[in-house]
Design a protein around this ligand. Structure first.
Ligand SMILES: C[S@@+](CC[C@H](N)C(=O)[O-])C[C@H]1O[C@@H](n2cnc3c(N)ncnc32)[C@H](O)[C@@H]1O
Length: 771
C-alpha cells in the first residue's frame, strides 16, 4: 500500500472485470508482494459464501463477480480535509503538480494510473490511489507524491479514509452551525467530516456557533476522537463517553425558550449511528475475516444496534435527519435493525429516498426480505422453529424479516447497499431517515413552541417526566419490549413514551461490557455506563471563565481584540497552579451545554480550542503574559485589529519558515521597520497580497510569530512548519537547537540568545500542546 504505515495496496483498473486468469493473478501478485504476511490466509470461506448466496443479496452471476472481487486488495483512498480554503489549496497542488507528473509512469511495461478523484465525492476532495509499494519504490514521481502525502497527513491536511466510509456524513446533509450527534464516533473519521460541514459557513467576522458531540462508549477510543478532531480545531466540538443506547438527556436552553419556561433536553438537527458491527464489508482490508467469519456475529450485535439507533431517533428533532450505517453486508445488522426501529417509532421516523443524492455513487437498494439461519445453516422462519428456550434467546424476534406488506410500507428499498465490485471499494450499508412527527413528549412540546401553538398540559407534564429520566431506560426498555430479546413477547411493540420506566436522574446505570466475536476479531459492546479506569488519563475539569477577568482585559488591550469578540465563551481546563494557564474557546452552543444544570451527568472527554497560553516567565520582561497559539489563529484572525499584524514578502516568509531561529538582520528593511514599531511578544504575520497572487497561492497565509528584541520567529509546531515550508518553497526547514546554541555563542550577543530561547520555549510549548 502506498501511504504512511499501510502495508498493502492495489493496482487495478476499476472498469476492468476482475482478471481471473493465471497470468493475471501472477501479474497482480507481483505488484502486491507486500501481501506476503497474509499469504497463508485462504481467501475463501464456504459459510460466508453460502450464507450470502442464500440471502440473495445479488443475482447468482453477480454474486460470483462480487465473490472474486472481494479477494482483491483495496485501493488507498484519502480526503483532503480542513477548512475549505486550505483544502482547495491542497487540491490545487494535487491536481496541478502531482497528477500531471504521474501521467506517464510505466513499470516493467505496465502503465501505472495516476491518483484520481472519487467521482461522487463533492468538489473533488475525495481521492483514490492505486500505488502498491513496488510502484513507489520504482517510480520517482510516485515517491515524491508519497512524501507529499506523508507530510500533509502529518499536518492534518489529508486524511486517509476508506471511500465508502465517507458516504454517511455526506448523506446527513449537514448545514453550517447545526447541532450534530455522532453516537459511535471513534476513531473519528466521520466526525472529522461532520466538523468540517458544521464549521463551513466561513462567515466573515463571525465565530462558528454549532455543536458536534462525538461519543464513543469505549473510554480509550473516545480519546482517539480528541486527537482526530484536534487538527480541525473547532470550538463546536465536544467528545463524550457514554453507551449510545443510554446517551443522557441534558437540559439546554434554546434561543427560543421564553423566560421562566420549561427547558427541554437537547435535540439534534442530525444524528449519525455508525454502529458497532461484524464488519464483513471490510474483508478486502481485514483479511482475518476470511478465517473468522460466522453467522453468529450479526445475531449477537442486532439488539445493541437497535438500541443505539432507537435512542438516536429520540434525540433527533422533528424535521431532523438520522443516518444509520454499518460496514457489514448482513441484513440482520442492516435492514432488520431498520425495520425494527421503524416499527418502534410508529411512523414518526421515515426512510428518506436519497437516490438523487451523490448521483455518481453506484449502489443497490435495501433488501425487503432475508433469512435467519442457525449455526448449522438451517433456515428459521420464526422463533417457533427453535425448540429449546436457551437457544431461542440467541435469536432476537426482530431479526426475522417483515411481511411483504410491512416491507412495502417501510420502503426498505430506500436503504443503500454498496458492494465492492461496483466501484472498487469496501462494502457498506447506509440508511437515511427523517423524523417527520413527534416521537416523545419533548418533541411535541418543542414542535408546538416552534410553531407558536399552545402546548397541551398533558404534553408538558409528560415532557417533564421524560426529563427526569435518564435516557438509558427509554432505549433499553423500548428495545427489550419489542425485540423479544431476553424472553419478551416479540409482538409487544410499544412507543418509547409508553415504556419509560421510573428511573430517576442521577441514578447510576449498571456497567456491562459484552464481547462479541466478529470476523474482524472481537467487538466490544457497551451497555450501561462505561468504565473510566484507564491509567494515565486524567480528566481536567471544565469551568467557564468570567468575562470580566483581568486576564481577558489584558489580552483584549494587547492584541487589539474587536469589541464584538465574545468574552463569555472562554473555558479553563486545569486545576491548582496550572489553572488559567491555557484559555480555551468554545462555541455559544457548547457554552450552553457546559452551563447546563445537568452537565455533571455528561461524561465529557474534551472540548474547546486553545487560543492563548500563559507564557513562561523567562519569556517576559514586559508585554502580555499570554501568547497566541497556531490552532487558535483561524478564529483570532477574524477578531484582531491591525495593532499586532505584520505584512511580509515571500522572501521574508521563506526566512521565517526555513531558518531555525532567524535574527532581525536576516529580514528585509520593510519587515524590520514594522517590527520595530511593535511591542515585544506575539503578533500575526500575513504575506503581501500582490506577492501572494504572483506566487499563485490560493489561500492567504496567516501565521503566529514571536517578536523578540532582535529576532522574529514563527510559532508553529515542527510538523506544520515542515508541511508549509515544503508546500510553498519545496524546502525542508532547518531545525537544530544545537545550531541555535552554536550560532548564538559564536556570533550573537547574549540578548539575541535570550530572544531565541524565548521563541524556542514558545515553540516547544506549541509542540507539547495540551495537558
Ligand atoms: C464502526 S465503529 C465507528 C467508526 C467511526 N464512526 C468512524 O467513522 O471512525 C463503532 C464504534 O462503536 C463503539 N461502540 C461499541 N458499543 C457502543 C455503544 N453501546 N455505544 C456507543 N458506542 C459503542 C466502538 O467502541 C467503536 O468505536
Amino acid at each position: 500500500m502506498g501511504f504512511g504505515k499501510k502495508k498493502r495496496g492495489a493496482y487495478k483498473n476499476k472498469n476492468k472485470p476482475v482478471e481471473a486468469t493465471k497470468e493475471g493473478e501472477e501479474k497482480k501478485q507481483k505488484y502486491f508482494d507486500e501481501r506476503k504476511p497474509y499469504a497463508d490466509i485462504e481467501r475463501d470461506n464456504e459459510d460466508f459464501k453460502s450464507y450470502y448466496q442464500s440471502q440473495e443479496i445479488l443475482s447468482p452471476e453477480e454474486f460470483e463477480v462480487f465473490y472474486q472481487f472481494i479477494k482483491t486488495i483495496l485501493p488507498s483512498t484519502f480526503r483532503i480535509t480542513g477548512s475549505k480554503s486550505t483544502a482547495m489549496e491542497i487540491l490545487e497542488v494535487v491536481e496541478k503538480v502531482y497528477v500531471p507528473s504521474m501521467q506517464n509512469v510505466e513499470i516493467d511495461g505496465h502503465r501505472i494510473e495516476p491518483p484520481k478523484p472519487l467521482p461522487w465525492y463533492p468538489d473533488n476532495l475525495g481521492w483514490q490511489v492505486n500505488a502498491p509499494r513496488l510502484v513507489i519504490k520504482k517510480s520517482p514521481e510516485f515517491q515524491k507524491f508519497h512524501k507529499f502525502m506523508v507530510t500533509e497527513t502529518e499536518a492534518g491536511n489529508i486524511s486517509r479514509q476508506e471511500a465508502v466510509s465517507m458516504v454517511p456524513p455526506l448523506l446527513m446533509d449537514i448545514k453550517p452551525d447545526q447541532w450534530v450527534l455522532d453516537m459511535c464516533a471513534a476513531p473519528g473519521s466521520k466526525t472529522a467530516q461532520i466538523i468540517e460541514a458544521v464549521d463551513s459557513s466561513n462567515k466573515l467576522n463571525e465565530m462558528p456557533t454549532g455543536l458536534v458531540v462525538a461519543n464513543d462508549a469505549d473510554y480509550k477510543r473516545s480519546h482517539m476522537l480528541v486527537h482526530q478532531s484536534k487538527r480541525l480545531q473547532s470550538p463546536c466540538f465536544m467528545a463524550t463517553n457514554h453507551d449510545g443506547a443510554h446517551f443522557p438527556n441534558i437540559h439546554v436552553p434554546r434561543d427560543d425558550t421564553p423566560e421562566g419556561q420549561l427547558e427541554l433536553p437537547w435535540q439534534f438537527d442530525r444524528v449519525l449511528c455508525d454502529v458497532p458491527c461484524s464488519g464483513d464489508g471490510t474483508i478486502r482490508k481485514n483479511e482475518k475475516i476470511w478465517d473468522n467469519w460466522s453467522v453468529a456475529g450479526g445475531l449477537q450485535l442486532h439488539s445493541t444496534q437497535v438500541q443505539i439507533f432507537a435512542r438516536g431517533c429520540q434525540l433527533v428533532k422533528v424535521g431532523g435527519r438520522i443516518v444509520y450505517s454499518t460496514c457489514s453486508f448482513n441484513p440482520i445488522e442492516n435492514e432488520a435493525v431498520v425495520a425494527e426501529v421503524l416499527r418502534q417509532t410508529k411512523g414518526a421516523v421515515q426512510l428518506v429516498d436519497v437516490s438523487t443524492q451523490l448521483p455518481e455513487l453506484k449502489r443497490k437498494p435495501g433488501l425487503r426480505t432475508w433469512k435467519v439461519t442457525n449455526k448449522e445453516g438451517v433456515y428459521l422462519n420464526s422463533l417457533e422453529d427453535i425448540a429449546e428456550d436457551r437457544q431461542r434467546k440467541k435469536f432476537p424476534a426482530s431479526a426475522f424479516p417483515p411481511t411483504s406488506e410491512e416491507a412495502d410500507s417501510m420502503h426498505l428499498e430506500r436503504c443503500i447497499r454498496i458492494y465492492p465490485h461496483q466501484q472498487d471499494t469496501g462494502g457498506f450499508f447506509v440508511a437515511v431517515f427523517e423524523k417527520v412527527a413527534p416521537l416523545t413528549a419533548t418533541d411535541r412540546v418543542s414542535l408546538a413552541r416552534m410553531e407558536g401553538k399552545a402546548i397541551a398540559d398533558a404534553d408538558l407534564e409528560e415532557a417533564k417526566k421524560e426529563m427526569e429520566i435518564t435516557a438509558s431506560e427509554t432505549a433499553a426498555a423500548a428495545t427489550t419490549e419489542s425485540s423479544g430479546d431476553g424472553g419478551e413477547s416479540p409482538e409487544a411493540t410499544s412507543s418509547s413514551e409508553e415504556v419509560i420506566p421510573a428511573k430517576r436522574a442521577g441514578e447510576e446505570v449498571e456497567v456491562a461490557t459484552k464481547k462479541v466475536k466478529t470476523g474482524k476479531g472481537e467487538e466490544k459492546l457497551f451497555e450501561g455506563k462505561p468504565k473510566r479506569d484507564v491509567p494515565g488519563i486524567k480528566e481536567a475539569p471544565f469551568e467557564m471563565m468570567s468575562p470580566s477577568s483581568p486576564d481577558l482585559d489584558e489580552i483584549t488591550e494587547f492584541y487589539g481584540l474587536d469589541a464584538k469578540f465574545p468574552r463569555d465563551q472562554f473555558l479553563l481546563r486545569s486545576e491548582g497552579t496550572a489553572k488559567g494557564r491555557s484559555l480555551y474557546f468554545v462555541s455559544s452552543s457548547i457554552k450552553k451545554v457546559l452551563e447546563s444544570k445537568d452537565f455533571a451527568r455528561l461524561q465529557t472527554v474534551n472540548t474547546g480550542v486553545r487560543l492563548f497560553v500563559r507564557q513562561s516567565t523567562t519569556m517576559l520582561e514586559k508585554g502580555c503574559p499570554f501568547r497566541l497559539t497556531s490552532e487558535g489563529l483561524p478564529l483570532l484572525d477574524l477578531v484582531m485589529t491591525d495593532k499586532r499584524r505584520i505584512t511580509v514578502t515571500m522572501e521574508a516568509l521563506k526566512t521565517l519558515l526555513v531558518e531555525a531561529f532567524p535574527i532581525m538582520e536576516q529580514f528585509p528593511e520593510h519587515v524590520q521597520q514594522q517590527v520595530a514599531a511593535i511591542e515585544m511578544g506575539c503578533c500575526i504575520v500575513h504575506v503581501d497580497k500582490e506577492e501572494e497572487k504572483e506566487s499563485q497561492m490560493t489561500v492567504p497565509i496567516v501565521l503566529p510569530v514571536w517578536k523578540g528584541k532582535n529576532s522574529l520567529n514563527v510559532l508553529l509546531n515542527k510538523k506544520d512548519k515542515r508541511s508549509l515550508s515544503q508546500r510553498i518553497f519545496g524546502v525542508v526547514p532547518e531545525a537544530t537547537p544545537d545550531h541555535l546554541v552554536q550560532r548564538s555563542t559564536e556570533n550573537q550577543e547574549l540578548r539575541q540568545e535570550a530572544d531565541r530561547k524565548a521563541a524556542l520555549l514558545a515553540a516547544e510549548e506549541e509542540e507539547q500542546k495540551d495537558l
